[in-house]
Design a protein around this ligand. Structure first.
Ligand code: BGC
Length: 589
């Protein structure tokens, strides 16, 4: 028997009766005549279908005696398989599917109903199952009386005057219908990015991958034309297009904190360090209004929350050689913590929203003095402004960065930690870091069900310069430099890195446990920052880390920047970079 996960991670209580009833789960709708016979009705619908997947909804109604536990069974006729389900515990053996109740929804009164759903795979034909049973009784839509001695149905519905009528009680009802991993199924392909990708030769090989939609300024909520990174599509347009595509999930980046990106200039934003009220009312509130629109309930809406913010308050503040004045300001005025808390609370109140907070990358917080304090600060932010940890589905690492997923030819030994490249870091790749940081976040108070996602948009490091085995001769630094996949000069380099390639294509559950997905949050081909000063009206500064001739600062070990030349401002399309990313893709295209 193949077990299919159906953990419901967000044990959220109802936001209101309407939300609970609308969302399904166990909802008591109305009292039917009381009965003394088992009975059920089932409505099965395929709500989305693509190749090779589909989404199925199963509405089950108890038209007979109350259930204290239930088991729904049915068979697929065309070899379909359930990949992941919700509302009950799905398992499958051959063509036979069983859905058993969760701990919280075993009791279903007469007249009560259940909303179950699943993502499945199909091939060729996808016909609906023709028969459903609950606790062994075939669902015919009316109660079936059982002969107490033989157990066979006698056929006559009966009523039982002693059965207690059901009551409506949303607060003790089921949690929302959030799924364990929102990345299962089909991701929204942003048509604006797709068109840019296809404008470059060979781009159609990757242009159907889901990438995130960055809401990087207030104007982007309604859509902008003429700005460097966004097109005319606003949040509502993207949500409508996602529904039309039959997508299961869509990804947005929430990226507009006051005093944004305090340790770099290339992605500075429009809001000054004190403009927290504007952030709330002119930015988060209108985004939340669109995301909460009933037209988009069928989508899983994933928000990547404020990259390059909280970790800066640990690593680039007073007492560190890497401090910046703006990071000190943002630490002391509390507006990063409060902004993140507000965003989590407001967006997390929407039943089909999933929030992932940015958790930097191993080459930023993988050192002992950064690791634990960052986890604790993330927990503080998740509890600020009326938020709580239940608003957090998980964390993203390596957003818009270049750190390798794994370094197959280097082991993090005490000796290797002394190399310039590793420099005493505990980690040397994102997979090991993401797993360890997940454990530390749970210690800091986050749910043990949080999932990590890894931005693999530009961390492939393939092409001819990729080593094919460890280098075992020379000094320690020569050995490490000759063995590493990540070809950067220094782990602190982040702008338009020369030699980078597309990484793993986006996919859910890549393994090991605890990693929800590989994602492309930074849309490949969009610049990290201009290589020379380019005046603009978007708040984007010129950061020397994007100048190929810059010899560095304390944050990159005073190394060369490793940036490509000829880059436009951050977010703008950089065709030459996209070509190189395809050329150096790993896995190769
Ligand atoms: C920029 C944004 C852009 C994003 C994605 C960021 O560095 O500041 O404007 O939308 O990258 O390319």
């Amino acid at each position: 028997m193949r077990l299919v996960s159906s953990r419901t991670r967000k044990q959220r209580l109802a936001i209101g009766a309407v939300a609970v009833l609308g969302l399904g789960g166990l909802s008591v709708i109305q009292a039917l005549p009381a009965s003394a016979a088992a009975g059920c009705s089932v409505t099965y619908r395929v709500t989305n279908q693509w190749t090779p997947g589909f989404q199925g909804d199963i509405a089950v109604r108890n038209v007979g005696d109350a259930w204290t536990s239930w088991s729904l069974t049915f068979s697929f006729a065309n070899g379909q398989t359930v990949q992941q389900g919700w509302g009950g515990r799905f398992s499958q053996s051959g063509s036979n599917v069983t859905v058993a109740n969760e701990g919280w929804n075993g009791n279903v009164a007469n007249g009560g109903s259940l909303s179950l759903g699943f993502i499945g795979n199909w091939n060729g034909t996808n016909s609906a199952p023709t028969s459903f049973s609950v606790n062994g009784t075939v669902c015919t839509g009316s109660p079936v009386t059982t002969n107490p001695t033989t157990g066979n149905p006698t056929g006559n519905p009966t009523t039982n005057p002693t059965t207690t009528p059901p009551t409506t009680n949303p607060t003790t009802g089921p949690p929302g219908t959030r799924v364990d991993n929102p990345y299962v199924g089909r991701g929204y392909v942003n048509p604006e990015w797709k068109a840019k990708a296809e404008s470059v030769s060979g781009g159609s090989r990757v242009s159907n991958n889901p990438t995130a939609v960055w809401i990087d300024r207030i104007a982007a909520i309604e859509g902008t034309s003429g700005s460097s990174s966004n097109g005319p599509m606003g949040v509502e347009d993207h949500l409508l297009a996602a529904v039309q595509q039959g997508a299961n999930y869509i990804q947005f980046v929430i990226y507009n904190l006051p005093g944004r990106d305090c340790a770099a200039l290339a992605s500075n934003g429009e809001l000054g360090p004190t403009e927290i009220d504007r952030y709330k009312t002119a930015y988060i509130d209108p985004i939340a209004a669109y995301q909460n629109d009933a037209r988009f309930r069928s989508l899983r809406i994933i928000n990547i929350i404020e990259i390059d913010s909280l970790p800066n308050l640990i690593t680039n503040v007073s007492g560190r050689p890497t401090e910046t004045a703006m990071c000190n300001t943002m630490k002391s005025n509390g507006n990063y913590v409060n902004g993140v808390g507000y965003a989590l609370a407001k967006l997390g109140a929407i039943p089909n929203v999933y929030n992932y907070i940015d958790a930097a990358h191993h080459g930023w917080i993988g050192w002992d003095d950064n690791f634990g304090p960052t986890a604790e600060l993330l927990a503080t932010a998740a509890r600020a402004q009326g938020s709580n940890i239940a608003n957090v589905t998980g964390f993203i690492v390596n957003t818009a960065n270049y750190s390798a997923l794994s370094e197959p030819y280097i082991t993090v030994t005490e000796q290797n930690r002394q190399s310039k490249w590793i420099d005493w870091n505990r980690y040397n790749d994102e997979l090991s870091f993401a797993q360890a940081f997940r454990t530390r976040l749970v210690q800091a108070g986050f749910s043990s069900n949080i999932g990590m996602i890894i931005d693999t948009s530009r961390n492939g490091w393939g092409g001819s310069a990729r080593p094919t085995g460890p280098r075992t001769t020379g000094t320690l630094d020569e050995q490490i430099n000759g063995s590493k996949i990540d070809r950067r000069i220094h782990k602190g380099n982040w702008c338009n890195q020369s030699g980078a390639g597309l990484g793993e294509r986006p996919r859910a559950n890549p393994g090991p446990a605890g990693i929800d997905a590989y994602v492309w949050v930074k849309p490949p081909g969009e610049s990290d920052g201009s290589s020379t000063l380019i005046p603009n009206n978007e708040g984007k500064g010129f950061d020397q880390m994007c100048d190929p001739n810059y010899a560095g600062n304390a944050r990159n070990g005073n190394s060369m920047s490793g940036a490509l030349s000829g880059a436009p401002i951050s977010g703008a399309w950089f065709a030459a970079q996209f070509s190189q990313l395809m050329q150096n893709a790993y896995p190769p295209l």
